[in-house]
Design a protein around this ligand. Structure first.
Ligand code: ATP
Length: 325
């Protein structure tokens, strides 16, 4: 698949709009991360693109060819598009190995075995390959479903909360494996996640959904640094929201752009530390300014204490004026 184009996709459930005229283009090899609050339409969009659900209006083109309605197809789905759901559709009484092999049932046994071995290794399922699917942990089920979807490398991989059940080690291993696949096979992927750091790390492009509308899209750095409003800012990571001068919207500043300094004359704010939280790689310092606003900043060491008065600064270029909502 070279290109997927979505035009004016609209979907309503019982009179409630879940998607409102969504347009989206995805190029071959691109990884697009969709983020949005619960109920913003992420899964609905994936199900429509995965050909499991018809939109009320709008069109989907694969390589410039318009797809017919799902209801006119004998079977749901699309041969080049694979959707890995949150509810993994595995055969409960079949082993991991058998579940993955099923995706390759039309191939010669020799190739099938070799490919299943590769996929077991890729998804780190070798140790549980003979265990029945119904006995697997959530993360193992998720990896089995992923291995199944990657058996024949799809033109477009759709992942709904791909790493939801994985611990950080497994998550990293799987993400590395998928990145390898991305490079070697130019895997194209559209994934939905609740985890902003996941989206920022893995996506080439971030798409932000709100109440069925795409409100912002762009490179992860762009969206993180220049969110268009408070919703986009809060979805993409921790952020300080301050009221702007003359009631002109809000000012957002990421915590990594606020520093504690010694020199009062260079301070933008005088504040008191109200809480310090250890985060492994750094400390979060929660401060309250003299004007009563809350400010969060990061620091690599714990050299201040709760209750201490501090001077804070941030350069103008790192603060962004945004719309209130
Ligand atoms: N089958 C359905 N029948 C009726 N309403 C539905 C159905 N599926 C989804 N909805 C509604 O449509 C809206 C969008 O749902 P969707 O599952 O796409 O959101 P989401 O962004 O994926 O949410 P979450 O992050 O919680 O999974 C929600 O308000 C949801 O309640």
């Amino acid at each position: 698949m070279q290109k997927l184009k979505i035009h004016s996709l609209t979907k309503t459930y019982d009179g409630q709009e879940a998607l409102a005229s969504v347009d989206l283009d995805i190029q071959a090899g691109e990884w697009v991360g969709i983020i949005g609050e619960s109920g913003s339409g992420k899964s609905t969009l994936l199900k429509i693109i995965g050909r499991f659900l018809d939109a009320d209006k709008g069109e989907i083109f694969v390589d410039e060819k318009k797809l017919p309605p799902v209801s006119s197809q004998l079977l749901k789905g699309h041969e080049a598009i694979k959707l890995v759901h949150q509810e993994y559709e595995l055969f409960p009484n079949q082993s991991v190995r058998e579940n993955i092999a099923y995706a390759l049932r039309f191939y010669e046994p020799e190739y099938r075995n070799q490919r299943v071995n590769e996929l077991l290794k890729l998804t780190r399922l070798e140790d549980v390959q003979h265990r029945k699917a119904k006995l697997l942990s959530g993360g193992e089920k998720q990896r089995t479903a992923l291995a199944h979807s990657l058996a024949e490398v799809p033109g477009l991989l759709l992942l709904d909360e791909p790493f939801a059940h994985l611990d950080p080690n497994n998550k990293q291993t799987l993400a590395d494996a998928i990145e390898d696949l991305k490079k070697s096979h130019r895997l194209t992927c559209l994934f939905v996640t609740h985890d902003a750091s996941e989206a920022l790390a893995w996506a080439d492009r971030i798409v932000i959904l709100r109440e069925g509308n795409i409100i912002q899209e762009g490179r992860p750095e762009e969206v993180y640094q220049y969110p268009i409003n408070q919703y986009a800012a809060e979805l993409t990571g921790l952020v300080n929201i301050l009221s702007a001068e003359n009631n002109a919207g809000q000012r957002v500043i990421r915590p990594n752009f606020i520093r504690i300094i010694k020199d009062e004359s260079k301070a933008c704010w005088t504040a008191v530390i109200v809480k310090i939280r250890f985060k492994g790689t750094h400390y979060e310092y929660y401060c309250r300014t003299e004007q009563g606003e809350d400010l969060l900043c990061y620091r690599s060491r714990r050299d201040r204490e709760v209750g201490e008065k501090v001077f804070l600064t941030s350069s103008k270029k790192h603060s962004q004026l945004v719309a209130r909502h």
